[in-house]
Design a protein around this ligand. Structure first.
Ligand code: PEP
Ligand code: MG
Length: 876
């Protein structure tokens, strides 16, 4: 016969799966000898059995009765005794806390007979009748779904006629009669008078509340599995509503908002816990309890210290004082803000309660990320105008501009608002305080580029109907014109009209070297924990950076080199014309001339980056995107040519460009002529880039520097592609005097490369996983479109809990990575292996990469501290 019921004296906190969080901690407090009212926990097993069959498992209520009898014996008081009744509280409590989502029923055991016994025992008739009316209302609502409002209206009416001292016992007695009528009318039968029946019905109602609509929604939001079920805690009632020497409260052992030491909490005299939640009366600060009941207050402080020492963490507590006697109703390791998490972890190390390694487990990379961005002060924020995808965190305020050139020319902060962005928008994105798009998800161009620059970005705000030509956008019936001020929150995706005040982040200022670590307790805590992460981590952290400024920033933030320098950004702006010349070249002479013109600016870029990262590796990737991305878009060009023809003027160069764009058009450009394929079919292109790298390094060396470039070939799928590029590159390198040894490696970003990694490693000094493309090609999901189209439905249906472009898909893409690491290292033991896709800055993914044995991760500069922390956490 399986067992379902455990007395509080039997369990402990390690059994939260079985007893739920609340039950396990009640047992733990009981074991510690703290004043917990006697009780027992019905296990989650029982709930799961109930949910599976619709009825309680066989023998459950016999077991409940056995435990109940023990409690009755201990308290010398019986459920249903008309002279001195035991009353019970029935509370839910799952493995994970779901505040307010599930049911509680208090005062079980009251009926027409026991209410007089309670009145006699307590010497307080009003209290007894008030407790009875509470039970009828709670029971009606929770067990039978009777609407609370009808009860509330009657209560309000009685309160209105009562004097300042509140309703009399007679009035409450009459109210109970009214409540019973409401109950019978709404439920279809009388309020059950048998106390044991009340108890069993309440237990079943708590089981059933697991499947309530709000509980389901909450679980989906918090990613709590749907099949865990809840435990039920049955506890002898203690009363906080027995007069001025009674009360109920909540307390925290440290401030859960800031982490500051000291006790925090609220207290409500002469009340039951539900009154605090209902906000019937205002609570008072916990320190005032010292004046009201100094003995209980001191005892509470002692208990809080005991709990902190025992749990070695911030605890939150619910307690009740019944006529001067303190009772603990709940405790748990308390939720806290990201700032408090860091501050408390550092304090606990100082207090000798935890080791520095444990402190790393008390904070997360996601919390550090939140602390690094400025935040809106939302105390007086208006309703959001619309909500999009929070794609790059931060809080940005500025005037709306719909055009990148206007953004680039602006003299005051602007928000660049576009349907979507493309490489042409780069100058505008750099100049803008924030970027807002109506299309695309977290891996859209806008999102990736904005994150790379640390620019606040909200994307995919579909409610925005943008008409850039008319310089306006419409949201419902509100038209937002260029020049109007808006505020965008890149963390929550919320968009506000007008200016919402912004608070700068002290952590970001410290990381940028603007604040010293002793500036405030939060900064000091971040400094210490990051320092410890650096000391223990095995995984290196590099940055993805394409400019000297980004490289310098990354270095300040702790990057040990560049893991991905994308060279395509070096072909934009005024160099675009040179690229056009290359594309339109007729014959080798024109092509060589175009390449020769591209070489000097490219070399200058590399000199700057190598100088910024002197002494550290800089992995430079040869050109990757399809060349037509550097030409004007087909519709734009077609319109220009058509306009010229209509006006009878000569379209000139546009006509030639149009021909080239049409010729180069691909239905599937991401699977088309890009990456290594470009190097193999556009003669001289990669050779020019390799020469620019080698000459830049030689120049840096002659200037006394220590340049450490590496050359990386993108989109390789077969070793022969890499071998061909490598041969050509080595020939070029051999021609450049003073260049250092330059390793040549490859990205692993298509499944075939991973599957043939052993072969590819024979030609590669290093691998770098391009997990953006590797995810795209493994899932056959467009990284540019999927999030804006079907991912929403997939997340909703739980097909995956989070986008695989955001967190590495360990089972699928991760399997390819493990395979490639093993086979690559088997073929070449000294192979260096890193990752440079967006996942390199995602804390959960970093943990996977550490576990998979990679040498480093590379991520956008602003994510470097987050990756350092995550790598440290992975090592403890
Ligand atoms: C990748 O594919 O993961 C990668 C880093 O390259 P890109 O994002 O430039 O395609
Ligand atoms: Mg790629």
């Amino acid at each position: 016969m399986p067992r379902y019921v455990y007395d509080f004296i039997e369990g402990d906190r390690s059994r939260a799966d079985l007893l739920g969080g609340k039950g396990a901690n009640l047992a733990e407090m009981t074991r510690l000898g703290l004043p917990v009212p006697p009780g027992f926990t019905i296990s989650t097993d029982a709930c799961r059995a109930h949910l599976a069959t619709g009825s309680p498992p066989a023998g459950l209520f016999d077991e409940v009765n056995t435990h109940l009898r023990e409690i009755e014996a201990r308290l010398d008081r019986r459920l249903g005794d008309p002279h001195d009744p035991l009353l019970l509280a029935v509370r839910s409590g799952g493995r994970y806390s779901m505040p307010g989502m599930m049911e509680t029923i208090l005062d079980i055991g009251l009926n027409d007979a026991t209410v007089t016994g309670l009145a006699a025992r307590s010497g307080d008739e009003r209290f007894a009748w008030d407790s009875y009316r509470r039970l009828i209302q709670m029971f009606g609502r929770t067990v039978y779904g009777a609407p609370a409002e009808e009860f509330e209206q009657e209560l309000a009416a009685v309160r209105a006629t009562a004097g300042a001292a509140g309703p009399t016992a007679e009035q409450l007695h009459d109210l109970v009669e009214t409540y019973k009528k409401i109950f019978a009318r709404r439920v279809g039968h009388d309020f059950p008078q048998a106390p044991h029946e009340q108890l069993f019905l309440a237990i079943r109602a708590v089981f059933a509340s697991w499947h309530s609509e709000r509980a389901r929604i909450y679980r989906r939001q918090e990613r709590i599995p749907d099949d865990l079920g809840t435990a039920v805690n049955v506890m002898a009632m203690v009363f906080g509503n027995l007069g001025p020497d009674s009360g109920t409260g909540v307390a925290f052992t440290r401030d859960p908002a800031t982490g500051a030491p000291g006790v925090y909490g609220d207290y409500l005299p002469d009340a039951q816990g539900e009154d605090v939640v209902a906000g019937v009366r205002n609570t008072i600060g916990l320190p005032e309890l010292e004046r009201i009941d100094p003995v209980s207050f001191r005892r509470l402080l002692e208990i809080m210290a005991t709990l902190e020492r025992h749990y070695r963490d911030l605890c939150d507590i619910e307690f009740t004082i019944e006529r001067g006697r303190l009772w603990m109703l709940q405790t748990r390791v308390g939720k806290r803000t990201p700032a408090a998490a860091f501050v408390i972890a550092a304090q606990l190390v100082d207090e000798g309660m935890i080791t520095p390694a444990e402190a790393l487990t008390r904070v997360t990379g996601a919390q550090l990320a939140q602390l690094m961005f400025p935040a809106f002060d939302l105390t007086a924020a208006p309703e959001p105008l619309a909500v999009g995808v929070g794609a790059s965190p931060g809080a940005a305020v500025g005037r709306v501009v719909f055009d990148s050139a206007a953004a680039a020319a602006a003299t005051e902060p602007v928000i660049l608002v576009r349907r979507e962005t493309n490489p042409d928008d780069l100058p505008g994105m750099i100049a803008a305080a924030g970027v807002l798009t109506s299309r695309g998800g977290k891996t859209s161009h806008a999102a990736v580029v904005a994150r790379g620059m640390g620019r606040t970005c909200v994307c995919g705000a579909e409610a925005l109907d943008i008409d850039a030509r008319r310089d306006e956008c419409t949201v419902g019936d509100r038209v937002v014109r260029a020049g109007e001020v808006i505020s965008i929150d890149g963390t929550t995706g919320r968009i506000y009209l007008g200016e919402v005040p912004v608070q700068p982040s002290p952590v970001a200022r410290y990381l940028a070297g603007e604040l010293n670590p002793e500036a405030d307790p939060l900064v000091a805590a971040v400094h210490r924990l990051l320092g410890h992460a650096d000391a223990v981590r095995r995984l290196g952290v590099r940055a993805n950076a394409d400019t000297p400024a980004d490289a310098r920033r990354a270095r300040r933030l702790g990057a040990a080199g560049i893991g991905l320098c994308r060279t395509e950004h070096m072909f934009l702006g005024d160099r675009r014309e040179l690229v056009e010349r290359l594309i339109l070249a007729e014959g080798p002479a024109e092509r060589d001339a175009a390449l020769a013109a591209l070489l000097p600016p490219q070399r200058a870029d590399f000199v700057g980056i190598l100088a910024a990262m002197d002494g550290l590796p800089v992995t430079i990737r040869l050109l990757d995107p399809p060349l037509h991305e550097f030409l004007p878009a087909l519709p734009e060009l077609t319109a220009r040519v058509a306009r010229a023809e209509a006006l009878g003027t000569d379209p000139g160069r546009d006509a030639t460009l149009l021909g080239a764009v049409r010729r180069m058009h691909e239905a599937n450009p991401m699977l088309g002529l890009r990456g290594v394929r470009l190097g193999l079919v556009v003669p001289g292109l990669f050779a020019m880039q390799v020469r620019a790298v080698a000459e830049a390094a030689a120049q840096r060396r002659r200037a006394g520097g220590d340049p450490r470039p590496e050359i990386m070939v993108p989109l390789v799928g077969d070793v022969r592609e890499l071998a061909a590029v490598r041969d050509e590159a080595e020939r070029v390198l051999a021609e450049v005097d003073d260049a250092p040894e330059i390793p040549i490696g490859t990205m692993i970003e298509v499944p075939r490369a991973a599957l043939t990694a052993g072969e590819i490693a024979t030609e590669a000094t290093f691998f770098s996983f391009g997990t953006n493309d590797l995810t795209q090609t493994t899932w056959a999901c467009s990284r540019d479109d999927a999030e804006g189209s079907f991912f929403g439905a997939y997340l909703e249906r739980g097909i995956f809990p989070v986008s695989p472009f955001e967190r590495i898909d360990a089972r699928g893409v991760g399997r390819l990575i493990r395979l490639a690491v093993a086979e690559g290292r088997a073929a070449r033991p000294e192979l260096t292996v890193g990752v440079c896709g967006e996942h390199g800055g995602d804390p959960d993914s970093v943990a996977f990469f550490a576990e998979a044995g990679l040498d480093y991760v590379s991520c956008s500069p602003y994510r470097v501290p987050i990756a350092r922390l995550a790598a440290g956490r992975a090592a403890v």
